[in-house]
Write a protein that binds this ligand. Sequence first.
Ligand code: ZN
Length: 497
Amino acid sequence: MATALVDFDTVLATYDPALGLEVHVELNTATKMFCGCPAVFGGEPNSQVCPTCLGLPGAMPVVNGKAVESAIRIGLALNCSIAEWCRFARKNYFYPDMPKNFQTSQYDEPIAFDGWMDVDVDGETFRVEIERAHMEEDTGKSLHVGGATGRIHGADYSLVDYNRAGIPLIEIVTRPIVGAGEKAPLVARAYVQQLRDLILALGVSEARMDQGNLRADVNLSLSPKGSGVLGTRTETKNVNSFRSVERAVRFEMQRHAAVLDQGGSILQETRHWHEDTGRTTSGREKSDAEDYRYFPEPDLVPVAPSREWVEELRGTLPENPTTKRARLQGDWGFTDLEMRDVVAAGALLPIEQTVAAGAPPQAARKWWVAELARRANDAGVELAEVGVTPEQVAAVQALVDAGTINDKLARQVFDGLQAGEGTPGEIVAARGLAVVSDDGALGAAVDKAIEANPDVAQKIRDGKHAAAGALIGAVMKEMRGQADAGRVRELVLEKLA
Ligand SMILES: [Zn+2]
């Protein structure tokens, strides 16, 4: 039975939320974590496997040095300390898509620990403390066939693809984030957004949430307001968009409050997120002391990165995100408010890339924050998946700047881009979108507008030039928005002088 939710503002009157985020990042190394199999997305099922990643008896793993390097760079970028010596551990549990019956992970000796990241929400900075970032391997993928939901319940049979088994993962775990109050859902979203920007700037992962390169588990608990005691938490697994992270936190806050208000207690469990209904449902019960029988991995040597290497890697880090935001705001001449909207829309990176492709910053901002963010929101997808690239936005703006199209026609070009109709230039040609500035065609349309609106025409003859707008509007309508508005105005005034 669905629980009735408590109104969001009412939740905050009674409770303090505490967040925790566990983000898995799939590294873009050429090969897997412990074997030489290619670590690329897609491919025929079970075509990228070997005895090691299939967990066959006697196979020996070897650590991927590039993955260790990426892990250290991520740790440094998150202001973590880097372990001088650490080990892998076996996390024992059974799951059909995990061929070894244990996951090679790190337990009490993570490669990176005790870091932080500053997150901007509405111009306010929240420091998110990072407990650890550790290395592990991904599992394979189960495909449940025949059911209505794609989950195992109700399926006729299941298939397993081990191509993903053994792909290097970094799991980044925050400490409990308290004190965010009503902004908790936004802080969660902004953290994942900024973490993704950082991962992309480091170049260590494709970080595509729709392909599962970056997946967030969202922990949430409520405590009585002002008590300072952490409540029982739930863990919503594999939330795969920024928007869903925000919605999942909001939903769980409202659901927890409903249970607690009725005198019930929160079950410590994992939960599934449902994009369609915007709700979570119960997964499996989970205790803190879950017994995975961790023990040090006997087949792998410890990882002991030299301090020289760590310092060398520190030198390869991209610009600190906070410094970078301030620099870009200065370079672009955006106001604080404009910048806030850019960050909230997750549009910093696309705008940077659009400007790099030649567009003026304000035009890039206008398209990404107003037009494309709205389209992404309507479609329920992330900005990166809206179907228009930064290069295309720059090309559209170049057409506007050249006078070939206007802003209104540009929106139709975006329609074409989203529909996959080709380049902006091809779409303008195929859809016949170019602005008409030819005096012959415009003059005829202006004459028609004057004839149809004699009262307006008389006002203009009497010197009321402000009335010209009505005739320009009529011409634009006649020409389906494709008239050169400036030239139309000139023609109207000339003809009625
Ligand atoms: Zn392999």
